[in-house]
Design a protein around this ligand. Structure first.
Ligand code: S5P
Length: 453
């Protein structure tokens, strides 16, 4: 099988797809790669091994092939048989890391490895495997991948200390499929444009099932608008409210309100708010923090002066009264979602580890009406610890974020946007850092930029 035939086969079995795919990052990618599918096609596995054999660099020597778990393992196994080289398999399980049996196979310190992987996206899994091997006294001769789809394909060796080889890069894949009319000119251009503008990878590990369609909508919006900033517009009069919103609307993905703070609320406020959300393309999040029995919160949410469920895509919910609060809020309405308070930024708050764990469990159970969690931590490490526990497909929004302050006199505590994002927050919620700034637009830009690192 030639390289061209092989690419077409990958397309035929659905290992390369074109369309619209939402990545974990929220960005929509026009293509999708899933080479794991080849394990169901032994003929293709054979071809991949023979194509790699023909392309193996002759100027490097190595004692072992190493398959990156999981997708690299079948490829490396076939290759090991074909070229008669011993195989090593690092375990993926975290607990084995660093221990003696963390690598399956016989080896001695100082021996050299060629790492085999299906797709390189950010390079993270190859580098992790390389570190693991080095920790066991092994040396890295190089890495070989089937498809290189990195946006930035330069300087791998100078950055990481070993060379990278690839059977194809994504541009070659696209041009083969285009020449065979398997994709249109418009699709080809869209992909090239995407590759130019994006450093975000598109492998199957990056596609994600979101908890519900509103979670997906928000996540996609953060990707397409390139902002992870939630503005908390806690001001008392509507003129100031709309004045700040006109200035900052382009910078945010989500607007958070405390509607009951407004002194001059009237129903026309909502009409104007909705117009602004259309004009500047943001979603609306009323931070009402419901906390009562199901029957009461239903009235508070779906009635009263504010009729919150009419206009806010998201609300916040305290789980202190237990899961039935979510039935009370959402059972009789559609297309509305919430964020559950998992950890608060207020000093000496009463939320315990156990409470947080239970909130996350309930959120997971009620995924159709829960988009994620509000969480805070004293530093990036604490946030990372929380983030690790958050079920896949849910978002972590972090309030208590400010660049120039550590807290206020009423118990609020702040962390920098960098720490929030570094810890894994999917979005930062910023109030006074923007609303109290003499130049809200500049402040919003600053937080937006910091939210994207
Ligand atoms: O733990 C929390 C949860 C929330 S939703 N800590 C918070 O500060 N918030 C909200 O985020 C709070 O109600 C306010 O609207 C915003 C933070 O505002 P800032 O002015 O302190 O940034």
């Amino acid at each position: 099988m030639t390289k061209t035939e092989f690419i077409k086969e990958l397309h035929r079995i659905g290992a390369i797809k074109f369309g619209s795919f939402v990545l974990k990052s929220g960005i929509t990618s026009p293509f999708y790669l899933n080479l794991r599918l080849i394990v169901s096609h032994p003929q293709l596995l054979k071809s991949i091994s023979s194509l790699i054999t023909q392309s193996l660099p002759l100027n490097i020597s190595y004692d072992h092939l190493v398959g990156v778990p999981y997708a690299g393992i079948p490829i490396a196994s076939c290759l090991a048989v074909d070229i008669n080289k011993p195989l090593l398999i690092p375990r993926k399980e975290e607990k084995a890391y660093g221990s003696k049996d963390a690598i399956i196979g016989e080896f001695a310190a100082g021996e050299k490895c060629l790492i085999i992987e299906d797709i390189i996206t950010s390079g993270e899994s190859i580098l992790e495997t390389a570190d693991n091997l080095k920790n066991h006294g092994l040396k890295i001769a190089g890495a070989f991948v089937v498809i290189d789809r990195r946006a930035d394909q330069d300087n791998f060796e100078s950055r990481n200390g070993f060379p990278l080889f690839a059977l194809f890069n994504i541009e070659e894949v696209v041009s083969v499929l285009f020449e065979d009319s398997l994709i249109s000119k418009a699709q080809k251009e869209e992909i090239n444009e995407f590759l130019k503008s994006s450093a975000i990878p598109a492998s199957n590990e990056d596609t994600l099932q979101f908890s519900n369609t509103l979670t997906e909508k928000l996540s996609t919006l953060m990707g397409s608008k390139q902002t992870r900033l939630v503005l908390s517009l806690d001001v008392e009069d509507s003129n100031t409210f709309f004045d700040i919103l006109e200035k900052t609307g382009n910078e945010i993905a989500l607007l958070k309100t405390h509607i009951d703070i407004l002194k001059d609320f009237e129903p026309s406020f909502i009409t104007r708010l909705q117009e602004m959300s259309q004009k500047y393309n943001f979603l609306i999040f009323e931070d009402r923090k419901f906390a009562d029995i199901g029957n009461t919160v239903r009235h508070q949410y779906q009635g009263g002066v504010y009729n919150i469920s009419d206009w806010a895509e998201f609300v916040t919910v305290h789980m202190i009264a237990g899961e039935h609060i979510l039935n009370g809020l959402f059972d009789n309405i559609q297309n509305r979602s919430s964020f559950l308070l998992a950890k608060m930024s207020a000093k000496n708050n009463l939320i315990s580890e156990n409470y947080t764990r239970k909130v996350l469990e309930i959120g997971k159970k009620y995924s159709s009406v829960v988009s994620g969690f509000i969480g805070h931590g004293a530093n990036a490490e604490e946030i990372a610890k929380l983030k690790k526990k958050i079920p896949k497909g849910f978002l972590l929004l972090m309030p208590g974020v400010q660049i120039d302050s550590k807290g206020d006199s009423l118990g609020q505590t702040y962390l920098s946007p960098e720490s929030a994002i570094k810890g894994g927050a999917d979005a930062i919620i910023v109030g006074r850092g923007i609303t109290h700034s003499s130049n809200p637009l500049e402040a919003a830009k600053r937080y937006r930029e910091a939210s994207l690192i």
